[in-house]
Design a protein around this ligand. Structure first.
Ligand code: ZN
Length: 304
């Protein structure tokens, strides 16, 4: 049937032309977010440590070592503020007993993404139990998130637990298709507490975390679809530390944190960064519009 064949060829040709023209128009790249949270980083020790991977991210984006949190300088409130985008007076978590939380009213940003855009794939991997399990009044991260992997740092030790988290996260980042990912690294905080100082061990733990950041970034860049994607990498911490390696007070060293955004969509910070900005920046990059009815305290910061 030569005529039919001719028609098919014409249709094929038209399809090819169409494909060529849409490739030429450069379809917008698919936004993706990777948030790497590292517990208890004091900015001057971060600055002194050898952190080539974070340095490279900063070179391709914006890093400030003068971002702020508000009291209390404790992990429970800190991670709640970062992942939700509201301060303690709203999320209700005042210490590492999460039982006073108001997460139903103020859910984490991955849960908000699921509530608004359930077709997006959300993923978190955490090794501090109350972040992802019911221990101590958790979880901060709700069951609406597509996948939360809990590695138990209390049982494994946070050094090995972080290593396992990164291995599992890297596999999923490279071979899965998460749109929004949160990876938590806990060991630097634990090392500082265990040594009761800003010791060489603490600095080494920060350098290990930086190496793990590199593993995660290698996994992202190895994706077969990487060229069609617009990855925003965000990294920050939940609090600083005092000179004895502790935290919980209201000194500048405890209230000051780093805030890093990196990628093609990163831009100069619009204002001094605060920990709450992480959640709004991540959601905005994925195309969500922040609804005033959510009563958030954050705004996107460091996006084009
Ligand atoms: Zn902490």
């Amino acid at each position: 049937m030569p005529r039919a064949r001719l028609c098919l060829s014409a249709a094929l040709l038209a399809a090819m032309l169409l494909a060529t023209s849409s490739a030429g128009a450069q379809a917008p790249r698919e936004p993706k977010v990777l948030l790497i949270g590292i517990d208890g980083i004091r900015v001057d020790i971060l600055q002194a440590a050898a952190t080539p991977n974070l340095d490279a991210l900063a070179a391709a984006g914006e890093l400030t070592l003068a971002a702020r949190i508000r009291p209390k300088t404790v992990s429970g409130p800190g991670w709640s503020s970062m992942l939700i985008g509201v301060w303690m007076d709203k999320h209700g978590v005042e210490n590492n007993d999460f039982r006073s939380s108001r997460y139903d009213q103020y859910p984490d940003f991955l849960t908000r993404i699921e509530l608004l855009r359930p077709e997006l794939s959300t993923f978190a991997i955490v090794d501090w139990p109350p972040l992802g399990t019911s221990q101590d009044g958790g979880p901060l991260l709700s069951h609406k998130i597509d996948l939360v992997i809990n590695v138990n740092g209390d049982n494994l030790g946070y050094g090995p637990a972080d290593e396992l988290s990164v291995e599992l996260a890297a596999d999923r980042l490279q071979h899965g298709d998460p749109d929004a990912t949160f990876v938590y690294l806990g060991d630097p905080d634990v090392v500082a507490h265990d040594t009761s100082s800003l010791s060489n061990e603490y600095r080494a733990a920060i350098e290990t975390a930086d190496r793990q950041v590199g593993v995660l970034l290698d996994a992202v860049r190895a994706r077969t679809t990487y060229d069609q994607e617009d990855w925003l990498i965000i990294s920050s911490t939940d609090h600083g530390r005092d000179d004895e390696g502790g935290h919980g007070g209201e000194s500048e060293k405890e209230l000051t944190i780093y805030y890093l955004v990196s990628g093609a969509s990163a831009a100069a910070l619009q204002r001094p960064a605060e920990i709450v900005d992480v959640a709004c920046t991540a959601m905005t990059h994925l195309g969500l519009t922040i609804d005033p009815a959510w009563d958030l305290d954050c705004k996107p910061n460091g996006l084009r």
